[in-house]
Design a protein around this ligand. Structure first.
Ligand SMILES: Nc1ncnc2c1ncn2[C@@H]1O[C@H](COP(=O)(O)OP(=O)(O)OP(=O)(O)O)[C@@H](O)[C@H]1O
Ligand SMILES: CC(=O)N[C@H]1[C@@H]2OC[C@@H](O2)[C@@H](O)[C@@H]1O[C@H](C)C(=O)O
Length: 376
């Protein structure tokens, strides 16, 4: 099959900025992974998105844009176009000539029980501004077929599992863990479709906690948590929630978990305890997997929190399994999601499935996404 050079763009639930990556793929195999870039949002813009999340709760139909959400969508899209320009003026421009963009947009509402998921991102505007074809709105079709609309990265994780370096190849079942604002996992068996679901809070609660208590965006290097201790009763309160007893497929909205259970803790104990919650939530997912994984590969910003990683490694070791970072598997753990959006855009263009009954609960493998071309 023909190979396409695509750019993937992800603005995740952490609302910290735009991740970009470039990839050459035929939509099945990853032919070559290219450079990545992160373009942060400044605090005022994060706050504007956070305000937009509240307005979005009024949305009853996915095309509605109450309040200033239409203006915010335009601004998010222009920022993505600016990020693409910056990306192509540097390393990426030298690496390849992009033919397609995969555009996630910013999720502002996700209510799978109502078949409603809303990503702010104007695909046509992005195509016009960049001069490139754009695939966007990749979650909706899955929901139309009874799926959760998330997670979507599993198809890419499965492709990564097929292209591991020789010392890791064959260590199936492999679980890819994405620790973003919310965490999700993909279980890749030696044969058959991947199994996936959201596992619980990732960095989102930690970010909210340190923003509220210390006025910083995140606990860089886990230095705040390093001064604190794990309060087991609070971990138990989070882990006792019904979400963890439910089998997959399942997905979360950013607001499904809150800081209520942590209130009363001091800054450091809260940061340390919420890191423990993040790791424990991931480990708890093993109970819903077909078999115990042999290898866990960790992507996303949470792998840079040493407490989450230490707790994950300790828990996995107790199960006689191994945890490594994406980098130890020869990948770029900051770019994985953006790479996934490039990969999914190519799959969408080729009408290949993006989701499977085992990843989102859709009734059959489903393709999706809307392809738009720049207007003259
Ligand atoms: N140096 C660091 N130390 C500790 N935590 C970090 C560091 N760098 C990033 N993070 C955490 O990672 C988060 C960003 O992660 P990531 O980019 O994977 O999120 P995302 O794309 O919003 O996620 P998703 O869409 O999967 O929910 C930050 O908000 C922060 O909590
Ligand atoms: C609705 C939505 O945007 N969900 C995100 C969120 O952030 C992590 C987790 O929840 C995951 O389900 C999903 O993103 C990843 C990239 C996905 O779709 O695979």
């Amino acid at each position: 099959m023909a190979t396409i050079c695509a750019i993937g763009l992800m603005s995740g639930t952490s609302m910290d900025g735009i991740d970009l990556a470039m990839l050459r793929t035929d939509g099945v195999d990853i032919v070559e992974r290219g450079p990545g870039l992160f373009v942060p949002y400044e605090t005022a813009f994060r706050d504007r998105i956070a305000a937009g999340l509240k307005v979005a709760r009024q949305i009853g139909e996915r095309a509605e844009r109450p309040g200033d959400l239409a203006a915010l969508e335009g601004e998010i899209t222009r920022r993505h176009a600016g990020a693409v320009e910056l990306f192509l003026s540097g390393q990426a421009g030298a690496w390849g000539e992009p033919e397609l963009i995969g555009f996630h947009g910013q999720t502002v509402l996700h209510r799978p029980q109502q078949g409603l998921t809303v990503q702010l991102g104007d695909g046509q505007l992005l195509a016009n501004l960049t001069g490139l074809p754009v695939v966007f709105d990749m979650r909706a079709e899955d929901m139309r077929h009874g799926g959760q609309g998330a997670p979507l990265v599993p198809a890419y994780h499965a492709a990564l599992a097929r292209s591991l370096p020789s010392h890791l190849a064959g260590k199936f079942p492999i679980v890819f863990v994405n620790i973003g604002g919310i965490s999700n996992i993909t279980y890749v068996p030696g044969e058959g479709d991947p199994v996936a679901f959201d596992t619980g809070p990732g960095n989102g609660l930690i970010d909210q906690w340190v923003a509220r208590k210390a006025g910083v965006a995140f606990d860089a290097g886990g230095t705040i948590a390093a001064e604190g201790k794990v309060v087991d009763e609070v971990v138990a309160l989070y882990l006792g929630k019904p979400f963890f007893a439910e089998p997959g497929p399942k997905s979360l909205d950013r607001g499904d978990f809150t800081l209520v259970e942590a209130q009363g803790l001091d800054l450091a104990d809260g940061a340390r305890t919420l890191a423990a919650v993040s790791a424990a939530a991931i480990l708890k997912s093993v109970g819903h997997l077909p078999e115990k994984p042999r290898l866990w590969i960790v992507c996303g910003g949470g792998r840079k929190n040493p407490h989450i990683m230490r707790d994950l490694k300790a828990g996995a070791k107790a199960m006689d399994t191994e945890v490594i970072s994406a980098e130890e598997a020869g990948m770029d753990g900051d770019a994985t999601e953006a790479e996934a959006w490039a990969y999914l855009a190519v799959r969408s263009q080729k009408k290949l499935p993006l989701t499977f009954p085992t990843t989102t609960g859709c009734e059959k493998p489903v393709s999706g996404g809307v392809l738009v071309r720049p207007l003259p």
